[in-house]
Design a protein around this ligand. Sequence first.
Ligand SMILES: Nc1nc2c(ncn2[C@@H]2O[C@H](COP(=O)(O)OP(=O)(O)OP(=O)(O)O)[C@@H](O)[C@H]2O)c(=O)[nH]1
Ligand SMILES: [Mg+2]
Length: 204
Amino acid sequence: MKRCIVLGKPNVGKTLLVLGLADYMKVKDIDISFVDPGGVGYSRKYPIDVAIRELVGALPHQTKCLQSLTLEFRAGKGKKTVELIDTTGLIEQIHDDPLTRKAMAQTLSAIRGAQIVIHVIDAHQAGQASLSSQLTETDLDTQLAAFAGPRGGYCIVANKMDLPGAKRGLSRIRRSFTGYKVIPVSAATRDGLKEVRRHVLCNL
Ligand SMILES: Nc1nc2c(ncn2[C@@H]2O[C@H](COP(=O)(O)OP(=O)(O)OP(=O)(O)O)[C@@H](O)[C@H]2O)c(=O)[nH]1
Ligand SMILES: [Mg+2]
C-alpha cells in the first residue's frame, strides 16, 4: 500500500486535515494506528467527531507520534488504498523536550518511506507577515519543500483559508514556492478537500 505523509510546522492543521479528509470521504468510524518514536504501536477505533475532539488541539505539538489511517478510493471496478500518516510538527530549533525531539526525528525519517507528501502551511499566519517579504532559505518550510518537493507526489496545502488575511497569506505562499503545486484549503470547513483527495488519488 502506498503511503501519504502529512507534515509541516506545529499547529498548522495537519491532524484536522487528515481527519477532515476522512470525514469528506464519508468514513464514519476511523481506525487510527499510533506508533510512538520508540516503535511501540497500538490502534484505536473512533467515531470521526470523537477523533477530532480528542486529537486536534490549539496547543503546539498536540501530535507526538505517527498516527495513520487507511483511506479507500473507488477506481473503476476495483479500489485503491492509501495509508495517510499524520506526524509531529517540525520546528527549526532544537526542542527542549527529549520526547518531542524524538517525535520530530520520527517525522523526518518517515518522509523517506512515503510516495505522497502533503506539506501543510498556515495561510492565515503567512498573511500576517508583510506582503513583500518572502521566506528565507533557512525557513523550515523552504527546507521542507527543497527536501520533499523534488520527489513525485508532493504538494503544499495552504490551510486555514477561512480565517482573515489567509488570501494574502496564500499569495505569499505562492510567491515563495513557485513551481510547486499549492492547494488552498480550510480543513475546518472542508473547502479544498476535493482537490486534496484528487492529488492523493492521482499519485496512487
Ligand atoms: N479556522 C481554522 N482553524 C483550523 C483549521 N485547521 C486547523 N485549525 C485549528 O488549528 C489548531 C491546530 O489544529 P491541528 O489539526 O491540531 O494542527 P496540527 O498541525 O496537527 O498541530 P500539532 O499536532 O500540534 O503539530 C486547532 O485549534 C484547529 O481547530 C482551519 O482550516 N481553519
Ligand atoms: Mg496534530
